[in-house]
Design a protein around this ligand. Structure first.
Ligand code: PAF
Length: 294
């Protein structure tokens, strides 16, 4: 595995691959890699000749009240994992490489509506930070495709919209959420949970699943389902931020045109913010249909 920390070095190495006609898949990460990230890498390996992984803890997507300094940095362990997976190229730039003129005057990429709802309303500016850094990384790496986890479903939807709206010639591939045996979605943040909080964590996925089952059985009072789910989370010890039943394409309210429903939740457990989602494809003939996990 070759590791680069500057754009010039990385781009010269990638030019060599391209000249040989090899296709490039890109997996952007913030490090602290777990099985969920490695699953993205494996998907990327199936789809392209060369896999580039980036590790960059992006300050632009952290709010003033979010502890950027406390974000786990585990570069040595991450490198070992990527090496074992057979990754070809690791790109690990410093903040100065990505934001050479600082962040205050950085041109920003913004996806309105999709970026303003759900996590976007609780974390103002977060998705602008994500889309800005992802655009920069896409321009630096110029991959044929890029792989993102469905666990961050809103992020995946926003990146897809950005790529479409800005005519970026990159295919975006979503990969199903990897879960622990008790259903908890793999996340770098799970490491912050103490044993008591970890024991409560599965309630989020259970609550999402119960809601999905109720909708699949024909229950269509979504406001009641949302408020019941928030109550269940609260009773378990979460501080719910949102529990929302939305159109999976627009992330807005479900309408007669909705083909797939996304049920999304975000809640605090102590100081840790957990998010998760499940989806339900609607059968156009019978209205209610097949179950799809997120
Ligand atoms: O999902 C993440 O880890 C980050 O938001 C990303 C896409 C690497 C951008 O910093």
């Amino acid at each position: 595995m070759r590791t680069y920390s500057t754009n010039v070095q990385l781009q010269s190495a990638l030019r060599d691959f391209r000249q040989k006609g090899q296709t490039i898949a890109f997996v952007p990460t913030m490090g602290n890699l777990h099985e969920g990230h490695l699953d993205l890498v494996r998907k990327a390996q199936c789809l392209c000749d060369v896999v580039v992984v980036s590790i960059f803890v992006n300050p632009l997507q952290f709010g003033a009240n979010e502890d950027l300094d406390a974000y786990p940095r585990t570069m040595a362990a991450d490198k070992e994992k990527l090496f074992s997976e057979g990754v070809h190229v690791l790109y690990a730039p410093a903040v100065e490489e990505i934001y050479p003129e600082g962040m205050a005057t950085q041109t920003q990429v913004q996806v309105p509506d999709l970026g303003d709802t759900l996590c976007g309303s609780s974390r103002p500016g977060h998705f602008d930070g994500v889309t800005t850094v992802v655009s920069k990384l896409f321009n630096i790496v110029q991959p044929d495709l890029a792989v993102f986890g469905e666990k961050d479903f809103q992020q995946l939807s926003i990146v897809r919209k950005m790529v479409k709206d800005l005519c970026m010639p990159i295919e975006i591939v979503g990969v199903a959420t990897v879960r622990d045996e008790d259903g908890v979605a793999k996340s770098s943040r799970n490491g912050y949970l103490n044993p008591d909080q970890r024991a409560i964590a599965p309630v989020m996925h259970q609550t999402l699943n119960s809601c999905r089952e109720a909708i699949a059985c024909g229950f269509d009072n979504f406001l009641q389902l949302e408020s019941h789910a928030r109550m269940k989370l609260l009773q378990a010890g979460f501080e719910p931020d949102y529990f929302a039943i939305r159109d999976a394409r627009t992330l807005q309210t479900v309408t007669a045109e909705t083909e797939e429903i996304a049920i999304l939740a975000a809640a605090g457990l102590g100081d840790t913010r957990l998010i998760d989602n499940v989806r339900l494809a609607l059968n156009p003939v019978s209205d209610w249909g097949m179950l799809a996990d997120g």
